[in-house]
Every structure is written in C-alpha cells, then in structure tokens.
Design a protein around this ligand. Structure first.
Ligand code: GH3
Ligand code: MG
Length: 354
C-alpha cells in the first residue's frame, strides 16, 4: 500500500507539472526545469509501482525526502526568483505531510517536517519574495505540520480501534478467555507445530455438570459468575504456552503444547479439584467433567482430536460426572477398570471416580 500511494502521488505530481507547462504560466518559469521534473517524477512513479513490494520502510522515507526536494525545485523553477508571480506550489508539501503522518513514526514525521521547513526556508532565501518570506514560511510550515499531526493522531486512533476490535472478535466477553474461533485457529497452529517438532500435544475439553440446574436454582447471574470463576481457575491452572478457551455455553477447552496424556490428566484433575474447592462458587456447587485426548494417539487433525476429547468427556458424564476420562481409556472401554490399568491417567481417573 505504501508503494501504491507514493507512486500515485508522484504520478499526479508529474501530471500536474505537465499541466503547468501546457496551461498559461508565468513567462519567467523555467520550462526546461519543469520538463525535467515531469519526466523524472513520472519515471519515478512507474519505478515505485513496479518495485513497491520490494522496497523497505527506509526507502519510502527517502522517497518522501525526494518528494520534498521535488516540490522545492518546482518553487525554484516557477520563475518567482526572476520577479514572476508566486506559484503557490508550497501547498504540495501537504501531500508529504499527509503521507508521513499516515505511514511513519513520530521521529520520522519530525524529520520529514524538519526537511520541509529547511528546504522551503532555503528556497525562500533564493527566490527572495521580500518582507513576506517569514510569513509565508510560518504559514506553510504550520499548515503542513498540522496536517501531519492530525493524520497521525487519526491513524493511531484507527489502529487502536482495529486492534481492540480484532481482540474482541477473538475473546469471550463473559470470561475474557479466547473464544471458539480463536481456539480453532490456535489448535490448528499448535497441532502443526507439534507435528513439526515431534513434541506431544494434548487437548482437554471440560463441561460443567448440570449447569442448567444451577441456572434454574440460583439464577442466570450466579450461573454467569460460576462461568467466570471456572474461566479464571482454568487460566490460573494453565501454563503461559497453554491456550484456555470457552468454546460453548458451559464448555471450556485447554490446548496443552509439549504435554502428553498423563500431563494433561494431571492438569485436568488439578482444575477439577480447584473448581470443586472454589469458595466463590460454593453456593452453586459446581463440578466439572473433563475429557482429554493426545494428538499422537487420539487424532492428528483438529476435528479428530476434538472428537476424541469429546468422546472422553461424554464417557466422563456417563460414568457419573465430576471426573476426568482419557480418550484412550474411553476407546478401550477401560475407564471404569482403571485400577487394573497402570496408566497414570486412568489411575487418576479411578481416584476421581471413586
Ligand atoms: P450436563 O451435566 O449434561 O452438562 O448438564 P447441563 O445442564 O450442564 O447441560 P448442558 O451442558 O447441555 O447445558 C448448558 C447450559 O448452559 C444451557 C444454558 O442454560 C447454560 N448456558 C449457556 N450459556 C450460558 C451463559 O452465558 N450464562 C449462563 N448463566 N448460562 C449459560
Ligand atoms: Mg454442562
């Protein structure tokens, strides 16, 4: 976008110079200089369009310095120094101010404005418009600076708004956790990373038990408070690299990179017990059922992994709720015979179920 805009500005500048040559102009104007400028800026515009994507930010900063120089040259060629009328081309500095205000940092904007002030001051000394020189310099530099400041402030506000909107679109407003859409994206990324690094990855899906009853008995506000507390408890139980999401009404999920089924089970049980003992939601007697699945064993695609974790969760509900079941135990039908299976996940499950 920076290249397209800069190219367009140079192209319009070139077209306007051609017009200035063709239309009636000061007899003292330097037509040779204008022709060279029209050709130069036109060619430069084409180069910008062609190489827009390959140019660095620094290149565009240099482009704007070149643009300021071009505007200054147009003032020089206007014939004013030979007693011709003022061409008023200094208005074109505003383009550079708008461009800089939109695309550049405060430091670079200040440098660009400094360059404009210096170049315009220099050309005023050369063309020597007399006693109005300082007034013209002050008005032009003031107008150009104001344009840059206003555009920059609007751009920052806009960027901030877009950032907040993007964040809101990925956040569950009740709990502040990531929402379903962001969870889906994250799961895909973490699964791909796990495949690349050959590290394990686990998924935990948790659902509050009999949540409808909680809403019915205590009211929606208590239900909402319980959801918030569950969300906060899950966030505290997770590591920085984990992703905790609210993926449905009373359904939560945690993506645990670098974690196998046993590690995920420990996390799930820690979460389940924390919720069980959470004072804030004692009134509502909240318990949760959790299903866990490990990428390598239970599903290498987001859909397959979610399905496995969902099946394990369903098994946990079926077995009486308030417990954690691992997908492999659910699949093997060994979840209820955990004591005979020395898998950490299943033995923990047995403790939870008993
Ligand atoms: P189960 O143990 O089988 O999960 O039973 P359940 O009653 O929890 O059933 P289910 O998970 O299907 O119920 C989800 C309920 O969550 C239904 C709805 O009333 C409630 N719910 C969904 N979103 C919200 C919310 O934002 N706030 C509140 N307070 N309740 C919600
Ligand atoms: Mg539920």
């Amino acid at each position: 976008m920076m290249g397209q805009v800069a190219g367009t500005l140079f192209l319009i500048g070139s077209a306007m110079t051609v017009l200035a040559i063709l239309l009636p102009h000061s007899p003292k104007a330097d037509i040779g200089g204008f022709c060279a400028m029209a050709g130069g800026t036109g060619l430069f515009a084409l180069l910008l369009f062609r190489h827009a994507r390959r140019l660095s930010l620094r290149s565009y900063e240099c482009c704007m310095l070149l643009a300021s120089l071009t505007v200054t040259l147009s003032l020089y060629f206007s014939g004013e120094r030979h007693g011709g009328p003022s061409a008023g081309n200094q208005v074109l500095y505003v383009w550079i101010a708008l461009y800089s205000g939109y695309f550049f940092s405060v430091v670079v904007i200040t440098a660009q404005l400094g360059a404009i002030a210096g170049l315009y001051g220099g050309v005023l000394l050369v063309i020597d418009p007399g006693s109005v020189a300082l007034t013209r310099w002050l008005i032009t530099v003031g107008m150009v600076s104001a344009a840059a400041v206003i555009v920059h402030a609007l751009k920052r506000r806009n960027d901030d708004l877009l950032r907040r909107l993007a964040k809101a679109a990925r956040t569950d407003s009740l709990t502040g956790l990531v929402n379903r859409q962001a969870f889906d994206e994250r799961l895909e990324i973490d699964l791909a990373r796990g495949r690349r690094t050959e590290r394990p990855m686990a998924l935990v899906i948790a659902d509050i038990d009999h949540f409808k009853e909680i809403n019915d008995r205590f009211g929606h506000a208590v239900g909402d408070a319980a959801l918030r507390t569950v969300g906060e408890t899950a966030r505290q139980a997770a590591r920085g690299t984990d992703t905790v999401a609210r993926i449905g009404g009373d359904e939560f999920a945690a993506i645990l990179p670098d974690t196998d089924a046993e590690g995920a089970f420990l996390f799930a049980e820690r979460l389940r017990e924390a919720i069980l003992t959470s004072r804030e939601i004692d009134e509502a007697l909240v318990t949760m059922s959790l299903g866990i699945a490990e990428a390598e064993a239970d599903g290498l695609t987001p859909d397959a992994l979610c399905r496995s974790a969902d099946e394990a969760l369903y098994e946990a509900k079926k077995l009486g709720r308030n417990q954690t079941v691992a997908a492999r135990a659910a699949r093997a039908g060994t979840a209820t015979h955990a004591r005979r299976q020395p898998i950490a996940a299943q033995s923990s499950f047995a403790r939870a179920a008993s």
